[in-house]
Design a protein around this ligand. Sequence first.
Ligand code: SF4
Ligand SMILES: [Zn+2]
Ligand SMILES: [Zn+2]
Length: 307
Amino acid sequence: MMACKECSANPVFSLVNRSFCRKHYIEYYESKVLRTIRNYHLLGKEENIAVAISGGKDSTTTLYILNQIAKQNPKIKIFGILIDEGIAGYRDKTLKDAQKFCKKHKIKLYVYSFKKEFGKTLDELSKFGYPCSICGVFRRMLLNQKARELKATKLATGHNLDDECQSVIMNQIKVNWQRSATLGPITGIISDKKFITRIKPLYLVSDKETAAYAFLMKFPVMHTECPYIHDSFRHDVRNALNDLEEKHPGSKNGIINSFLEILPDLKRKYSGGKLNYCKYCSDPCQEDVCKSCELVKKYKLKFPYCK
Ligand code: SF4
Ligand SMILES: [Zn+2]
Ligand SMILES: [Zn+2]
């Protein structure tokens, strides 16, 4: 490995054509995230940001960087929301890591569980169907509802460049342009006061870059994965993209840069859709019943959030 380009010290991390010592890697990483926040206007002058955390490297890094910003700016407040899906041997461990991190940094953390909200854990629900589909729908709904109840102005997530690349390719394969239109550093196409805008400060940093940052910062995060990930379509797409990146470095950046070019047109095209309100929970949705309530009805679960 070459010496650090900035100071000639021994390197600890290397990218395609550049090596870094610890100090300069941290500076490089943080400035890339701050640039994303600035260039895409992710934060306004006054915010109450809910950070969706899982206890993993990406959400912990997002929470850390936003907390640094909040410390320097009294008009920006942040807090964490963790959804405990009930995945034995996995979420129970990452929950402890998240609690430890929030306690150390004096960040308020709210925890909501599938068990309490719907009456069953994801492990119990997995016998009904594909765990990732159930998990994604319920988690998205709970995060939106809880962030709204807690008066958040925005919801920040730890999605990184790899996650976004996977979503873009998955939507392409499924010919779902409408879903792609909801992606981007700021999500959503139709604004409604019941939708909390989502922001992705790690949009332009890769999985590998964040893993190195979390490691160098000594964040208390596990580097294991959810046991259900291996059954998912996303997992296959992720492996294919990793192979492509290995053989052709820069492929993931290329996919995202091309996507960012067409994204404004996609948002324009799909922004005129009709918005309904779910007849059970009154959340905004495309049909009469939202996806979450559809599953709650289908699996005969609790409707804890109905108005
Ligand atoms: S891998 Fe699937 S089941 Fe596990 S946390 Fe992610 S979406 Fe949920
Ligand atoms: Zn250096
Ligand atoms: Zn609903």
